[in-house]
Design a protein around this ligand. Sequence first.
Ligand SMILES: Cc1cc2nc3c(=O)[nH]c(=O)nc-3n(C[C@H](O)[C@H](O)[C@H](O)COP(=O)(O)OP(=O)(O)OC[C@H]3O[C@@H](n4cnc5c(N)ncnc54)[C@H](O)[C@@H]3O)c2cc1C
Length: 426
Amino acid sequence: MFDAVVLGGGYAGLAAARHLVQGGARCLLLEASDGLGGAGRCGTVAGESVEWFYHHIKPQDIHLLELIAGMGLEDSLLWRETFMAFYLEQRLYPFSRPLDLLRFAPFTLADKLRFCAGMLSSRFTQSQDLAGVSAKEWIVRHWGQSVYRKMMAPMMRNKFGIPPERVCAGFLHGRIKGLSATKAKGVGGEMLGYLDGGLDRLARRLGRDLQQGAELLLEAPVTALERTREGYLVHGGGRSHAAKVVVNTLPLNYFARLPVNFSFESRVKYQGAACALMALDRPLELPYWTNILEPGFSFKVVVNQSRLGRHRANLVYCAAYLPDDHSLITAPPQQVRDTYLQDLRAMAGPVELIDCLVTQSPVATPVFDVDYRQQTHDLQSRLSGVFFAGNATIYPHSRTLSSVIGSGQRAATMALERLAAVARAA
Ligand SMILES: Cc1cc2nc3c(=O)[nH]c(=O)nc-3n(C[C@H](O)[C@H](O)[C@H](O)COP(=O)(O)OP(=O)(O)OC[C@H]3O[C@@H](n4cnc5c(N)ncnc54)[C@H](O)[C@@H]3O)c2cc1C
């Protein structure tokens, strides 16, 4: 019998398993795919190993940076000052420095003043105080109706995929605060990091390290979960595994399908993402990050990866968060590639594709609805002996590798406390 079984081998699961092993637990990790790292995994494009979804690291990503250092990869971190822009009215508007705001033609002078006032007021707000408040209400109050309509509403639609009146203001506030914290010298571009060679290097080292103390099973999807007198029976990878406690990092809608002899319900909805990593025949004159505000574009962000990493190829991501049943989530990958390439050419001029890696996920992120806290406040106490980590548990913090690593460590700590209590009672 295992002390703990961890469901899922993304960064939340890896961090949880590592913490459990360090705490002396006999641990098994079950992962459905053929590799570790989850949404942070890499694929091969133009002969290079690169994340299939764009991934940058922020200086405040403490849990991730500690893990990178712990795995001896600190020297492989590249830090760059990066810039962002908006694309609308068929034009690129840089938007990183104070002067960019002055030159931002879609805004009137009044909009520019309201924008500054909004940013300032968000500094003095705590994300926790905004539970139950809609992002629209909060933005209109502090930034004004015009800034909301011209910039914030289309951005929120792009990012969250639900109407801004349903987006939780606390989550949006967490993201805005996260952004200002990475500003180089307070006013310039954002200082962002990248692990040279790709995050798979970190996942592989973590996997090797974990194998010293835990059992890792790949291509072992968990199919069912049964409650027993001693804990749980986890069915996965064609076998059944008895465990005293379980740490779940799977999306809650996936987890809700597992119980056999008990029930678990979740109201948390998920949003998908369709992302194409393209190797192009020429570099693009785009900053690292371009938000697409132009209506009718199939992708909503262009990430010029060559501005962040050290790559031989000219690498660019085109991506969009979309409803989980959107045609671009369910379409064959070449359809995503062709649709995105057509829009990229409309934006950046003639480009040829050398290679392309398309990744589609129906569960890229929970939908951080206005009543998200309500939906999840009792998560850790709903099932005795099951501890939750991952994307669904990080509210109101930004959805990052670092925050899910922190969540994995916290879930493992709770699991270890439970194991200790069970041992004391025996
Ligand atoms: C488009 C995009 C861009 C992002 N950019 C950044 C960024 O720049 N910086 C950053 O820090 N973060 C970024 N993130 C967020 C980051 O990737 C996630 O927060 C993180 O990877 C979530 O980790 P996790 O372990 O909670 O979940 P996941 O990584 O989703 O891991 C869950 C694991 O469970 C496995 N699984 C699913 N079903 C089963 C089953 N039945 N049995 C067993 N295993 C199963 C999956 O295969 C997966 O490996 C981005 C995410 C996306 C989608």
